[in-house]
Design a protein around this ligand. Structure first.
Ligand code: ADP
Ligand code: MG
Length: 641
């Protein structure tokens, strides 16, 4: 657990707040220039009106109230007129504030949408390895918590920070023109609060990253527990799980507490600092008025008097105020940048590279030459279009001939799990893999699909090195039926159509009949329009498998991989599923992995695997004659486990 933490904190990205912030700004610059210009303009207007209103106090005191007090005049009209002007300026300020907040909402929601889109599109291109090494909870929390944090920052913190910066500059310049001495005092307080914020904020940041990580971990754990409810109950694992959860939850609590503890100290410090500053200004201002009012060089460009002090104190408030808020927002910025870093880190994952240039095309026989040519018609004939370096292109019919030449492979470079695998499967042949769990059967089939890249050796498909084939096209030509069925929310018909989006209803029914699925579908209340919920939980495992066979049948691939497809099916349905699969296998090259040897007996060749090596190969009779591992397995002297 702490390992993961270390990993996260040790990465440079966790410290790259500046780069992350710049990258976020890049999103604004890309699509929201106009809206953002309006935001900037409105912020300028807001700052100007705020300074004007502070200065107005001086005008009211020095130009109206003091003269009126001296002269004893009762003519309030000029004062009322001035106040009316002020009200107008205030109104402009309010409208401008409303506008920039409104536009920021549009901008930030737009950016979040862009980011979510980008994450999703990029995620679909990640290699399988990414999903092997990242938990569901961690990936999910990037979509939810991290974007939430980002939303808070974009929607609130950025506009507020901008307005703080702009109005601070305005206020600062105005303060300087009023009194240099007093301004120096304000700067001294500012420096103090700056260092305090930086110190405390820095401490928080580390824990905010840890907190986000904890959220991911917690979600992942809960998800696992929800999925595994049955197993948990059967094994009475509730207490053990609670222990595991307590540990994660405690860590979460610790990180969140630390993060918020530091962040929450900032506010009281700032408020009290503000009070002290206010008092100091009043005292020094008073002294300056009494003793140094005529020395303009020292006090600024304006004569020090009660009006100036009142205006200055108001200004200092609108200087310290937003800066105090800024430190408040640091809380959310820290969190958002930590989140954004995690989002960007996910986006920056290397996508699956595809240098393939051989594509799958529809083909037909040219009547004159008898050779295959490309066509747009659905001829049912598929071919590989192979452009060569010399500018020529060859078209080879898709047959489903797969050959391995001395293939080595490891999920990690250091740990090779397949050694020297050589095999061939001619079109229409059935190749079976048997061997203990972990022998490498599934791994071999993952290589045909190029879910992973080989460490050494070569795989040829219809004579073409599979590295040259475009991954999409390669995968389209290979059907897969696995032990776990993955169905999606939608109707049965839609789920079967997943195999081939162009399939007509008639083709779907036909595929279902071929797969032996038609019978049970017909008996469902809504037939083919029955909605499937959460991975088809309203069906039995066998029925789900029949659907995935139908889905494969509709795709009509020349090569099929069946990995323990009947392993988790009750014996009653198994016969049905087996028949469906047999029907589907006809005329295709099939790689089949099965626990029960009876299902692979009729294979053209059976490969016996042990620890990543093929130790025996041949058909059933050959292997029985050899009296080796297969023979032992077959006669029951050795159990597959
Ligand atoms: N995604 C993976 N990442 C790392 N190692 C894996 C992965 N999948 C399988 N392995 C390892 O590769 C070996 C072969 O596994 P696998 O091909 O799944 O075996 P089989 O299908 O024969 O039961 C095992 O030692 C297993 O631990
Ligand atoms: Mg397996």
């Amino acid at each position: 657990m702490s390992n993961e933490n270390k990993k996260q904190n040790g990465k440079p990205h966790a410290k790259n707040a500046k780069g992350t912030a710049l990258r976020l700004l890049g999103y604004i610059a890309k699509n929201y220039k106009f809206k953002f210009s309006i935001v900037c303009l409105c912020i300028l207007i807001t700052a100007a009106t705020s300074v004007a209103s502070s200065l107005f106090i001086k005008t009211v005191i020095s130009d109206f109230i003091e003269p009126m007090l001296k002269s004893g005049s009762t003519d309030f009209l000029p004062l009322i007129r001035a106040i009316a002007w002020m009200a107008a300026i205030f109104a402009v300020g309010i409208v401008a504030t409303y506008l920039y907040n409104l536009f920021m909402v549009y901008i930030s929601q737009g950016i979040l949408k862009d980011i979510r889109d980008e994450m999703f599109v990029k995620m679909q291109k990640f290699p399988i390895k990414y999903f092997d090494t990242n938990t569901y909870g961690d990936i999910m929390s990037r979509y939810t918590n991290d974007t939430d944090a980002l939303e808070l920052m974009l929607c609130q913190s950025i506009p507020q920070a901008l307005s703080t910066i702009v109005s601070s500059i305005f206020v600062f310049v105005t303060m300087l023109t009023l009194s240099v001495y007093l301004t120096l005092i304000v700067i001294a307080f500012l420096c103090l609060s700056f260092f305090l914020t930086k110190f405390v904020g820095g401490k928080s940041r580390k824990y905010f990253i840890a907190q986000q990580l904890s959220i991911g971990k917690t979600t992942g754990y809960i998800e696992e527990m929800i999925k595994g409810q049955k197993v948990i109950k059967v094994f009475n694992h509730e207490d053990k799980n609670k222990e595991g959860f307590d540990k994660i939850n405690e860590e979460f609590c610790h990180n969140a507490t630390q993060a918020n503890k530091y962040a929450n100290i900032i506010m009281p410090i700032m408020v009290n600092l503000g009070h002290v500053q206010y008092a100091v200004l009043a005292v020094v201002g008073g002294l300056l008025t009494i003793f140094g009012s005529n020395n303009l060089c020292l006090t600024g460009f304006t004569l020090m008097n009660v009006g100036t002090i009142a205006a200055f104190m108001q200004l200092s408030k609108s200087f310290a105020g937003p800066i105090g808020q800024l430190s408040q927002q640091i809380n959310s910025v820290i969190m958002a940048l930590a989140g954004a870093e995690r989002i960007f880190e996910m986006m920056d994952q290397e996508p699956e590279v595809d240098n393939g240039y051989v594509t799958l095309i529809k083909a037909k026989k040219d009547k004159k030459s008898g050779e295959l040519v490309e066509t747009d018609d659905n001829t049912g004939v598929w071919a590989w279009k192979h452009p060569h370096h010399d500018g020529t292109t060859t078209i080879t019919q898709l047959k489903g001939d797969v050959r391995f030449f001395d293939v080595d492979f490891g999920y990690d470079k250091e740990k090779i799990v397949l050694h020297n695998i050589s095999l061939y499967a001619k079109p229409g042949q059935k190749v079976a893999f048997v061997g203990a769990t972990g022998a490498g059967k599934t791994t071999i089939t993952n290589l045909i699909n190029r879910f992973y890249d080989l460490a050494d050796g070569k795989i040829r498909y219809d004579g073409i090195n599979i590295n040259k084939i475009k991954k999409d096209d390669l995968r389209r030509s290979i059907g897969m039926i696995l032990q776990d069925t993955n169905l999606f929310t939608g109707t049965i018909k839609e789920n079967i159509r997943y195999g081939n989006l162009d399939a007509t209803d008639e083709q779907i029914f036909e595929a279902a009949r071929l797969a032996n699925a038609d019978d049970f579908i017909q008996r469902l209340p809504n037939g083919y329009d029955t909605m499937l919920e959460s991975d088809g939980s309203n069906l039995s495992q066998g029925q789900r498998q029949l659907l995935s066979i139908a889905r494969c049948a509709v795709a009509n691939p020349p090569v099929m991989i069946m990995d323990e497809a009947t392993s988790s099916i009750d014996t009653h349905t198994e016969k049905l599923v087996q028949e469906g699969m047999d029907a589907l296998m006809k005329g295709r090259t099939v790689f089949v992995i099965a626990h029960r040897l009876s299902t692979v007996q009729n294979s053209n060749v059976i490969m016996v695997l042990e620890q990543g090596r093929i130790i025996e190969k041949g058909n059933h009779e050959d292997l029985i004659k050899q009296k080796g591992k297969y023979y032992q397995l077959y006669t029951g002297n050795l159990e597959l486990e």
